[in-house]
Design a protein. Sequence first.
Length: 116
Amino acid sequence: VQLQASGGGLVQAGGSLRLSCAASGGTFSDYDMGWFRQPPGKERTFVASKSWGGGSTYNADSVKGRFTISRDNAKNTVYLQMDSLKPEDTAVYYCAGRKSRTWIYWGRGTLVTVSS
């Protein structure tokens, strides 16, 4: 499975961005999909995930109420709508996929920069 994230950019604090991650090479609806992020000089951390059928959603506490993950299995795409962005949301954002407990498919990241 190949994953390609897009939609990053520079935005002012309080603004919004929507990230997209297009999947190819597999049956998209078989996989849980997630978003992770890695701020400059820090480790990569979990942001949000949605189960293969869309029935279960998990969000990191730091983004609850501001970020929304969604998926369109017909388009083989997962999205991350990011609202009320803060400077501390600045990071490279990665999408990932899994069939079991381990996230094994990773896309190249897309950089999100939030200016104060």
